[in-house]
Write a protein that binds this ligand. Structure first.
Ligand SMILES: Cc1cc2nc3c(=O)[nH]c(=O)nc-3n(C[C@H](O)[C@H](O)[C@H](O)COP(=O)(O)OP(=O)(O)OC[C@H]3O[C@@H](n4cnc5c(N)ncnc54)[C@H](O)[C@@H]3O)c2cc1C
Length: 428
């Protein structure tokens, strides 16, 4: 079995898909090694195991809204898009969404998945509680007042399968999305925070080599369907074409532009009823402090000629700091520098150390679910709470049932499972 983009092949000898929580608990209790698997949208071996891979997407879908607490408790394997539709029907919303609604809730929050907006935390920051199956098969609930919640949300699957996740909700709202084209790099570099902060969610798309960044997707929270927006944004011009493409030939799967729509149809870039992105791709992403945006982007731009031949597109997004130990935005307002690569595994694998070296002065944090070559010392330098997470993982899973080589690398634990370099794309 391969991941969504067919660029990583799971090596687990056994894959199971429980349909009830009791069945899941029995599987976990009886397995020597096991890992939860969500919707398979990660690009590395983070979910892999030498034992039993547990597909969480077949468990019953639940969305229970608690109006008093302003939360919704949802089944971990359910897609964000399904949760969002149920919330919207009930008059509620999430504060943000990732670029695609196809990902499972627990798989997304386990890796710190994010949307954009300087005042918006990532999706994990909305988690108010989580219910996990421990290595003994027993259920364990971690609530908002438990200090261990900080290590139990972006947990990389290391604390066992999350069967339920409790999310903060708010009243439903409208989003208007507009595409602006051609902002000079100088403007972006000179005013990065202002550009990013002047709308609810801003995504900047670039190929690195032109003098101008090619597109900005500006998502505003609006009060009414007839809200007007400016035709310029820091010098970039609004594109009146509602179906403006990002990548040539791919427009049908994008969410609507130029009109106010319910939040769940405007925050993601991709529609739930079509395949997202281009497929046949590899993704990489690094998070740095937003205060380092100018220097970090300048450093990566110097590699533009080496990046461009393998790049589909880069997206720059922002997020507010949070207090989750392994969140890529832990303790710092962040800029995320993302690369969607063509399926050139050898070239990308060889290029990543150059990008990581360029970003090294800024203690870059790689996206947990995307291809990276950061070593244990790099993770330790980037995550002040790594030792706390290691202690939590080894206390709750002393036998290492949920560990794999990727976890051992990032948490600085000893070799566990005899898997090959699980962060590498296929062929390595
Ligand atoms: C087209 C595309 C667009 C993307 N856009 C974004 C984006 O906008 N922002 C962003 O930040 N990322 C983005 N990603 C990356 C993606 O959000 C993450 O890789 C995310 O982890 C995928 O969720 P998943 O359910 O597929 O998890 P999987 O890839 O299946 O698993 C990822 C991790 O979560 C763990 N896990 C899965 N289910 C559970 C569970 N029930 N309990 C506990 N742990 C679990 C696994 O063990 C593994 O460690 C994108 C990926 C693709 C393919």
């Amino acid at each position: 079995m391969k991941n969504w983009s067919n660029t990583y092949e799971y090596r687990a000898p056994e894959i199971v898909a429980p349909t009830s929580i009791d069945e899941l608990r029995r599987i976990v209790a009886g397995a020597k090694r096991a890992r939860p698997l969500g919707s398979k949208h990660s690009f590395n071996g983070i979910a892999d195991t030498t034992g039993t891979l547990i597909d969480m997407t077949g468990l019953p879908c639940e969305v229970d809204i608690d109006l008093g607490a302003r939360t919704a408790t949802v089944s971990g394997g359910t897609k964000y898009g399904v949760v969002a539709a149920a919330l919207d029907d009930a008059g509620y919303a999430l504060h943000n969404m990732g670029s695609l609604p196809h990902i499972s809730v627990a798989g997304a929050v386990a890796t710190g998945t994010h949307g954009s907006g300087v005042a918006n935390g990532n999706l994990s920051s909305a988690v108010r509680g989580v219910e996990l199956v421990g290595p003994d098969g027993e259920l364990r609930r971690v609530t908002a007042d438990d200090p261990e919640l900080a290590g139990s949300v972006v947990a990389l699957g290391a604390l066992g399968p999350a069967v339920r996740v409790t999310l903060a909700i708010e009243p439903r709202y409208l989003i208007r999305q507009d595409v602006y084209r051609r902002m000079p790099w100088e403007t972006l570099l000179g005013s990065f925070r202002e550009v990013a902060a002047s709308a609810y969610s801003v995504s900047v798309f670039t190929g690195w080599v032109a003098d101008e960044v090619e597109q900005l997707w500006v998502k505003r929270r609006v009060d009414s369907a007839d809200a007007n927006v400016d035709d310029t944004y820091f010098g970039a011009q609004r594109d009146p074409d509602e179906r403006a493409e990002l990548v040539p030939g791919i427009a049908e799967n994008l969410t609507r532009r130029g009109a106010a729509v319910p939040w769940l149809h405007g925050l993601p870039h991709f529609r739930l009823d079509t395949p997202p992105s281009a497929g046949d791709e590899i993704q990489t992403e690094y998070f740095v402090a937003i205060d380092d945006a100018q220097a970090a982007l300048t450093a990566v731009r110097e590699l533009g000629d080496r990046i461009a031949p393998h790049l589909v597109v880069t997206e720059l997004r922002t997020m507010a700091a949070d207090a989750l130990w392994l969140s890529p935005a832990s303790g710092r307002d962040s800029l995320a520098i993302h690369f969607t690569w063509a399926n050139h595994p050898d070239e990308v694998f060889a290029l990543l150390p150059a990008i990581e070296a360029a970003l090294a002065p800024f203690a870059p944090r790689p996206h947990w679910g995307k291809l990276n070559r950061v070593d244990p010392a790099g993770f330790a330098a980037a995550y002040p709470h790594l030792a706390d997470q290691r202690e939590l993982v080894t206390r709750y899973d002393p036998e290492g049932k949920f560990r794999n080589e990727y976890l051992d690398r990032v948490l600085g634990l000893g070799a566990s499972a005899g898997l090959p370099e699980v962060s590498a794309p296929m062929g390595h």
